[in-house]
Design a protein around this ligand. Structure first.
Ligand code: NAD
Length: 259
């Protein structure tokens, strides 16, 4: 098992990509704190991890709430004695052209991705620095590296997370902390399923065309990336043994973006 005896926090892990990573981490021997907006959704993922023989705990944690994030990390440390891996994964999407975008929608997306990633990072680093090291991971996107129309706040927030990841790699090195960002292409989760009809309406095309002519157009094979693909990369980055791999953005997108 590649993550034996490691203690991990994953935000937004009640469903989608975060949940798949939580389940992979559990199978690889990590104790996993599953954080999400509601305790119920986090508990569902915990039940799945425990049924597969793993160890997990559920946390109600809105990543935009400073006190909830600090309290969640404190609860992990109290229960398991430390924190080795923290993955800022919670995210939302909003489809709109910039000139029509409300300030509140802009702020909402920035708040969840960027403020949330900062709060999780700060709480985790305090613990990791005190214990001699750890691994910060961020759920970026191909949109950390390039743009698409109708997604300005998401693109800006994901670029911002890349900057935060790099800053943490530089500051964290002397404390034994590595920091990397995972950049997936399109993955069929509720976040993507919701935006297919929204984009079809905005772009005046069919939902099939949104998938083939927008989302998967630049992949090498017309395939969606899967939650398992992303989870496998998240295990690899958490298990990597040295700071040779830090400050990096790793793209998993069927070749949509090549760097
Ligand atoms: P999803 O909608 O299936 O899951 C997102 C999870 O985040 C949900 O469980 C939700 O409750 C939680 N969440 C939302 N706001 C939160 C908050 N304020 N505090 C705590 N939790 C919150 O989406 P997903 O596709 O699994 O996305 C997970 C991450 O992966 C996001 O950061 C997303 O931007 C990123 N991502 C997704 C894709 C994709 O194609 N699905 C591609 C690249 C990156």
């Amino acid at each position: 098992m590649r993550l034996e005896n490691r203690i991990a926090l994953i935000t937004g892990a009640g469903r989608g990509i975060g949940r798949a990573i939580a389940e992979h981490y559990g199978r690889e021997g990590a104790r996993v704190a599953v954080a999400d907006l509601t305790l119920e959704s986090a508990q569902e993922a915990v039940d799945a991890i425990e049924q597969a023989g793993g160890t997990a705990m559920a946390l109600a944690m809105d990543v935009t709430d400073e006190h909830a994030v600090d309290a969640g990390v404190a609860a992990i440390v109290e229960k398991w004695g430390g924190l080795d891996i923290a993955l800022a994964n919670a995210g939302i999407q909003h489809i709109d052209a910039v000139h029509k975008l409300s300030f509140s929608d802009w702020r909402k997306v920035m708040n969840v991705h960027l403020d949330g990633a900062f709060l999780v990072t700060r709480a985790a680093l305090k613990q990791m620095y005190a214990s001699g090291g750890g691994t910060m991971l961020y759920m970026g996107s191909v949109h950390s590296l390039e743009a698409s129309p109708l997604k300005a706040p998401y693109v800006a927030a994901k670029h911002g997370m890349l900057g935060l990841c790099r800053a943490v790699a530089k500051e964290g090195a002397e404390h034994g902390v590595r920091s990397n960002i995972i950049c997936p292409g399109f993955v069929r989760t509720p976040l993507v399923d919701k935006q297919i009809p929204e984009q079809a309406k905005e772009l005046g095309m069919s939902e099939e065309d949104v998938i083939s002519k927008v989302m998967l157009k630049n992949t090498v094979d017309g395939e969606f990336t899967t939650v398992e693909d992303v989870a496998e990369l998240a295990v690899h980055l958490a298990a990597f043994p040295s700071a040779a791999l830090t400050g990096q953005s790793i793209v998993v997108s069927h070749g949509w973006h090549m760097q």
